[in-house]
Ligand binder design. Structure first.
Ligand code: ZN
Length: 103
């Protein structure tokens, strides 16, 4: 695939592909600067991803995307949440500690 002129749009597209796969329906997806977290999910269904994810590998991007999208179904990191993480992003636990730079 050709690299895109609009990497943030690629991230967006990735979220939509995962949303279909996970059968969840985010109301809104935003990619923006975030200082402390790679992503968030509001109870109103807005998924926000850190623009800094564009500098990370796609596997890590998927980890953050799947994590936030699963919050549309599960509020907490319970047993089902973790089981689905493992099913969709094998090895996710190794990525869980990666910090966003606090620049
Ligand atoms: Zn979480």
């Amino acid at each position: 695939m050709k690299s895109s002129l609009y990497p943030a749009q690629d991230l967006h597209r990735r979220v939509l592909v995962w949303a279909l796969k996970l059968k969840v329906n985010p109301r809104r997806v935003r990619v923006q600067a975030m200082r402390r977290k790679w992503g968030s999910c509001s109870s109103a269904g807005t998924v926000t991803l850190a623009i800094d994810l564009l500098d990370q590998d796609t596997r890590f991007q998927d980890y953050v995307i799947v994590h936030e999208l699963l919050h549309l179904r599960y509020a907490t990191h319970g047993r089902m949440f973790k089981a689905l993480m493992s099913a969709h992003v094998p090895g996710w636990r190794a990525m869980a500690a990666r910090q966003i730079s606090a620049a």
